[in-house]
Design a protein around this ligand. Structure first.
Ligand code: NAD
Length: 351
């Protein structure tokens, strides 16, 4: 199996690549621009393997992408490269339009040119997996869930850029026959997540005795999934997903933000005691504009059709994640030179 992974130096992409190269024995070409969020340290465990290759490039460059596919000859392209942080998209959206919309267009065109040159059998077996988010569906009230048929209603520039890219991907299937499959996944957490995202931000701020900023009153609900569960879903979707189909991926694990932060504080009290409860560091800050209230995924389709189920429960996944950040200062220390967590973006103002 030969797999191109775009965005393979990011949080989810690197977990996927570590699995494909280290456990599944696939031949993998990572294409990544190495933005602030791309980190080769996340690939250190597989970097020397003969079945791993890395190409630093921007997915918006169609000619380079077409050349890379033509020379590597993949059976699958799993497209994760994107700008992924909602707060950054609110502060400055242009990189989101470029990488997420133009970048996906460019990957689809490169994949189409490559795919059309394949034999009939190889064309049938080829898959282009477009990795997307549940944020394209917008905000939920108390009781409903997101289904694959739920109408798109994105709130943030990030979500809107992902929604646009999903439409492009589906159009390339319907119009040109490219075997595209789309995944819409809920919030991921786990090792190697850039420390601007909620869980690593809270862990590292708690480790340094800094304030733990929580938007609004922390009542917003997210459906959390351990990153390795997402990786298993992507591998299944790439090998057995039906072209032209979307699969929602989620852990059936809804948590209020404030409960996640309190959970992290309790773990920090146990694993890294500070002489005072870490929960004293919690600060409520002005809410994020357009902040969706609740996300909840119905993962029935991938569970029934592909036999996937989330394995990690949230308590043990969170414990593993907090432990990982405590034990792996070598990974996050170089990143602490950069401001993250919203201070740089001017979005965090205590209320
Ligand atoms: P990330 O920000 O950690 O990593 C993104 C990677 O893409 C980085 O390595 C970056 O260098 C690379 N990249 C960005 N722009 C690029 C460009 N123009 N050309 C080449 N490489 C580029 O993101 P993540 O959290 O790993 O998310 C990966 C994908 O999964 C994204 O498409 C995101 O929308 C989607 N997703 C994320 C989550 C989540 O909770 N993190 C949930 C559902 C879906």
């Amino acid at each position: 199996m030969r797999v191109v992974v775009t965005g393979g130096a990011g949080f989810i992409g690197s977990a996927l690549v570590r699995h494909l190269v280290g456990e599944a024995g696939a031949e993998v070409l990572v294409i990544d621009k190495l933005t602030y969020a791309g980190n080769l340290d996340s690939l250190a465990s597989v970097a020397g393997r003969p079945n791993f290759r890395f190409f630093r490039a921007d997915v918006t460059d169609t000619a380079q992408m077409a050349a890379a596919l033509a020379s590597f000859c993949p059976d699958q392209v799993i497209h994760l490269a994107a700008e992924s942080h909602v707060d950054r998209s609110i502060a400055e959206a242009s990189a989101f339009v470029q990488s997420n919309i133009i970048g996906t267009f460019s990957m689809l065109e490169a994949a189409r040119a490559y795919w059309m040159g394949l034999s009939l059998l190889a064309r049938t077996n080829f898959r282009f997996v477009h990795v997307s988010t549940d944020e394209v569906y917008g905000s939920l009230g108390d009781f409903d869930q997101f289904y694959e048929t739920t109408a798109y209603d994105p709130s943030s520039p990030y979500a809107a850029s992902k929604a646009a890219s999903d439409h492009l991907a589906m159009a390339w299937h319907r119009t040109y026959g490219l075997p595209v499959v789309i995944s819409n996944c809920s919030n991921n957490y786990g090792p190697c997540q850039f420390p601007e995202k909620l869980i690593p931000l809270m862990v590292l701020n708690a480790l340094h005795g800094r304030a733990l900023p929580v938007y609004g009153k922390g009542q917003n609900i997210r459906d959390w999934l351990y990153v390795d569960d997402h990786v298993r879903a992507l591998v299944l979707i790439a090998s057995r997903g039906r072209p032209g189909r979307k699969y929602n991926v989620g852990g059936r694990n809804e948590q209020r933000n404030i409960d996640v932060v309190i959970g992290i504080c309790a773990l920090m009290d146990e694993l890294h005691p500070a002489g005072m409860p870490h929960s004293q560091l919690i600060r409520f800050v002005a809410d994020r504009p357009g902040h969706d209230e609740r996300y909840a995924i119905d993962a029935g389709r991938i569970e029934c059709e592909l036999g996937w189920q989330a394995r990690e429960n949230f308590a043990s996944g969170l414990r593993k994640t907090v432990r990982w950040y405590i034990d792996n200062e070598w990974w996050w220390q170089p990143l602490r030179q950069q401001a993250f967590g919203g201070e740089r973006l001017g979005l965090l103002k205590e209320v």
